[in-house]
Design a protein around this ligand. Structure first.
Ligand SMILES: [Zn+2]
Length: 372
């Protein structure tokens, strides 16, 4: 995509625009007379939690350059141009080795450097309590130490890193300022922290909350639970998995009423089954089952584990749940997550040419949404 031109309707204004780009930058975005009425352009979707895609499990050790390119291209074909490659709880040294391996793969490809905006390290500093641990192995969870943070920083150098942790773990609160000083973004998640601990974590620099409504037991105390506490804390940007099952449509709507729209972003939390037919797929050491409903379950349990959601499908389902148009919810899956990670990402002159082209049928049905 060295240089090119596109005429399509701008996702915000609905007006035809002429978009030109060259050498890694948008060079022109100007009104034009006309374009195909069913062709739209929007900033590429940005997904901060991708555990695998299109049959490729990022929790495995032997992922090849070809595998990573396949997963990345399939994400692009499903509207997502940039993502945080996500690694979940494992032995700390295995996790770091995997990170080093992915960085090395990324170095070999300009395409991967553009698409993989950084890393999301989700674990092993999480709650090991039943339900809160989700699909993570509680036996591999540990308390964070300064050494862990410095090793993570040394391993990732200056890359963007989102670190999800449970602030109630020993030392976690004390380490949040150090994580921030090292340039890591801290998100809270898989946690049953008290209201006081959550508020203190925010005061010390935690910015986000990972997949609200998940990473917690199915049954919660009606008077006091992690959802109520998060609603009551100011200053967190929360992520939601908009597939209609990880968060029920009613709760999804409530979150949008309770929380500032600029503080809600969507993520697929996709695992290897995303974009694939029903079947059994790996997530690290687990074999998970994906039914015709595209829900990922730990066989024999009612627990969800990651999702098989495609990014563009998430936007469409979010719009349906909120009775809004795709255009009205788009930024939750593009600009809000980009901003959380300080990623220059917008449809404007000077920004990288990372956009999504959407084509609709006369009936209004989406034909395709892909990043060229
Ligand atoms: Zn999780």
């Amino acid at each position: 995509m060295n240089a090119g031109e596109l005429k399509a309707r701008h996702y915000r204004t609905g007006k035809p625009v002429c978009l030109r780009w060259a050498e890694g930058q948008i060079t022109e975005l100007s009104p034009c007379e006309a374009c195909a009425p069913n062709l739209w352009v929007a900033p590429a979707l940005v997904d901060l939690q991708v555990n695998g895609y299109a049959g490729i499990d990022f929790q495995r050790d032997a992922v090849t350059l070809e595998d990573l390119l396949t997963a990345t291209r399939r994400l692009r074909a499903d509207g997502c141009g940039r993502y945080l490659l996500t690694l979940i709880t494992d032995d700390w040294l295995s996790l770091l080795a995997r990170l080093r391996h992915y960085r090395q793969l990324r170095q070999q490809s300009a395409e991967l450097q553009q698409a993989i905006a950084g890393w999301h390290v989700e674990g092993p500093f999480l709650s090991a309590l039943p339900g809160f641990c989700g699909a993570h192995d509680p036996g591999r969870m540990i308390d964070p130490t300064p050494r862990h943070l410095h090793e993570l920083r040394a391993c990732t150098e200056g890359d963007r890193v989102l670190l999800t942790l449970a602030p109630e773990r020993q030392q976690a609160l004390d380490l949040i300022p150090e994580a921030i000083r090292l340039g890591l973004r801290v998100s809270l998640g898989h946690t049953n922290a008290s209201a006081d601990v959550l508020a203190e974590a925010v005061r010390r620099g935690a910015r986000a909350f990972t997949h609200l409504g998940n990473g917690c037991p199915r049954d919660l105390d009606r008077h006091d639970n992690i959802l109520w506490r998060v609603f009551d804390v100011q200053g967190l940007i929360v992520s939601l998995i908009p597939d209609t099952t990880h968060v029920s449509p009613a709760l999804f709507r409530l979150v949008h009423r309770l929380i500032d729209p600029e503080a809600i972003y969507y993520t697929t939390d996709a695992m290897s089954a995303a974009g694939m037919p029903p079947g059994r797929y790996p997530l690290g050491r687990l074999q998970l089952e994906v039914g015709p409903d595209q829900i990922v379950r730990l066989p024999g349990t009612p627990n969800f584990a990651g999702s098989a959601l495609r990014p563009i499908e998430g936007v469409l389902r979010a719009a349906r749940m909120l009775s809004r148009t795709w255009r009205e919810v788009w930024d939750h899956a593009a600009l809000v997550p980009a901003k959380l990670m300080d990623l220059a990402h917008a449809l404007e002159v000077g920004a990288p040419p990372e956009f999504c082209v959407l084509e609709f049928a006369e009936s209004g049905e989406l034909i395709q949404a892909s990043c060229p």
